[in-house]
Design a protein around this ligand. Structure first.
Ligand SMILES: [Zn+2]
Length: 551
């Protein structure tokens, strides 16, 4: 690396404390504090002070919190450009309990931890005593990685005749719905047209939490969020066979789908986690003696090559089996009830009834026509406002839209409705971008060799398996898949939107190499100093120079 190691360390350390000190809890107005940090930075760095046209604070389109994406372009020679991406938000700080006030002040937090003011698990205590880790909210995820980009931009900006361009992007909302990275797609397209940029690579410096060696990520697993809404039939608890309890049906559906190995996908490099439910409850708000009217749940569902359509059809099949199974169970129970009670009653007549939301919508439109369109338009407008003002969660909004549609359905028997809710993270992988991807693949191989020779680090290539902003740096799905998402995702265009065509135009290969971190999203969150100060800046420099043809 051509820079003075110690001077760069000083700069990184200074920025780390300052950036961690900026409160930027995800999904809150605090995220806007980041803008002030960058406004000051633009004034402090001579290159950006002198070139206001090469930096800015870009408003995220239609963002309910009016958040922005700070960006800075080092405009060198030629068109080849590397995007240096980080996310500027963090999870909140409640887990620091009585030390919450210190969670954004690494030095004071370290002192309090050393004085035993909070319980430290053994591994965290060892790291604390070693003095080699920086503790604090966001140190690991991912302000430690972010400040490597920020400090290095300053150093590169001092060089004369820089070959290629570097574009720093600070994305909001990564821990939530990735509004920052999705919004950045508009910015990246604008800057591409304005300055004639050719995107060669998006380089992320997200933490490396691998416990076996180190990881270089060149793709990210895809993820959808299917919501399953079960509309039952209300009955008095004294007459249970007159109704159908949606809790029983949802429980069976959860049992069929949760951790179902049929949905695990694998390729030669990685395996997706099995799906799991993040939420499952009935919709009763008070105690009364009726069966609940409805229940719903949604799950986190990972994918590689399986298209969303195929996944929803598999889920539909599982729901149909679950419903059939529950109907048999109800009939068995009823038969035994008759035997025990000697009563004479007609058996309940339930049928399997599972629909995608799009099918329910068509049915309601057929039945209700304009009346339905007016009613559903009104509901969508109302819930959009409520979500925007924080008075309603997107999930509650989804329920209202489904209920408003069900009200117009012809078939009022118990129904299972399957739909998608935000967010959607497309599966991305460099191999999808052919030669452009192969080129970055070869840079990755060179880095692996370099890291091994220089520091004995054993890197292996993996995909990111958490949701991550890289999902919005390339778009290679076919139009049919894009349309399917649009048509089957509630709130699409009403608070959630992915500009697939813009992303397709900016599509670039991706890499992630970041500092070792531990205690992710916990109060023991920490990042490894030697990585933040020396090792990763060296690797980032290596990737930049090789990609832009400096050597
Ligand atoms: Zn992160």
């Amino acid at each position: 690396m051509g820079f003075d190691r110690e001077k760069l360390r000083e700069k990184i350390e200074k920025h780390l404390h300052a950036y961690v000190g900026v409160q930027s809890d995800t999904g809150t107005v605090h995220e806007r504090n980041i803008e002030k940090f960058f406004e000051k930075w633009f004034e402090d760095v001579p290159y950006f002070k002198e070139h206001p046209e090469y930096r800015g604070i870009f408003p995220i389109p239609n963002d309910h919190l009016n958040r922005h994406v700070p960006w800075a372009l080092l405009k060198g020679e030629g068109n080849e450009t590397i995007v240096l991406l980080h996310h500027s938000d963090t999870v909140d700080t409640v887990d620091y309990l009585h030390l919450r006030e210190l969670s954004l002040k690494p030095l004071e937090l370290e002192k309090a931890m050393k004085e035993g003011k909070i319980f430290m698990p053994e591994d965290a205590k060892m790291d604390l005593d070693s003095g080699e880790w920086v503790f604090g909210r966001g140190t690991n995820d991912m302000k430690g990685g972010a400040v490597i980009h920020i400090a290095m931009m300053e150093e590169y900006a001092k060089l004369k005749d820089f070959k290629g361009n570097l574009l720093l992007i600070a994305a909001a909302d990564e821990e939530n719905l990735s509004a920052g990275a999705i919004g950045a797609a508009y910015l990246l397209k604008d800057l591409m047209d304005k300055f004639g940029l050719e995107y060669k690579l998006c380089l992320l410096t997200e933490r490396d939490t691998s416990t076996e060696g180190r990881t270089l990520c060149d793709g990210s697993v895809g993820k959808i969020m299917p919501l399953i809404y079960v509309s039952g039939k209300i009955a008095h608890v004294g007459k249970v066979y007159d109704g159908l309890n949606p809790v029983k049906l949802l429980a069976k559906i959860v049992d069929y789908l949760d951790l179902n190995p049929e949905f695990i996908e694998t390729n030669e490099r990685a395996t997706t986690p099995a799906p799991t439910f993040l939420y499952a409850k009935d919709h009763k708000k008070i105690y009364d003696v009726s069966l609940p009217a409805a229940a719903s749940g949604f799950m986190s569902f990972y994918c590689f090559h399986r298209a969303p359509k195929e996944s929803l059809e598999l889920i539909r099949k599982a729901c149909e089996q679950a419903m059939s199974n529950v109907i048999s169970a109800i009939n068995n129970s009823f038969t035994q009830y008759l035997q025990i009670s000697n009563a004479r009653k007609e058996p309940p007549e339930w049928k399997v009834n599972v629909k995608l939301y799009g099918e329910l919508y068509e049915e309601a439109l057929r039945e209700g026509g304009d009346k339905f369109l007016t009613a559903i338009g009104k509901i969508k407008g109302e819930v959009k406002e409520k979500v925007r003002s924080g008075g309603m969660t997107p999930i509650e909004a989804s329920h209202e839209i489904i209920e408003g549609t069900l009200a117009f359905a012809e078939d009022l028997s118990p129904t299972v409705i399957i739909t998608l809710v935000p967010p959607y993270y497309p599966y991305v992988s460099n191999e999808k971008l052919k030669e452009k991807g192969q080129f970055i693949d070869s840079i990755g191989d060179m880095l692996i060799k370099y890291a091994k020779e220089k520091n004995g680090h054993e890197y292996r290539k993996v995909y990111m398996t958490g949701m991550c902003d890289l999902s919005y740096m390339m778009q290679t799905d076919d139009k049919e898949t894009n349309d399917y998402i649009e048509n089957n995702m509630l709130m699409w265009g009403d608070g959630y939107y992915i500009p697939f065509e813009k992303i397709r135009r900016i599509s670039m290969p991706v890499l992630n190499v970041g500092p070792m971190g531990r205690g992710l999203h916990q109060y023991t969150e920490r990042v490894f100093k030697p990585d933040v100060f020396y090792t990763i800046p060296d690797y980032v420099d290596f990737i930049i120079r090789k990609t832009l043809g400096h050597e």
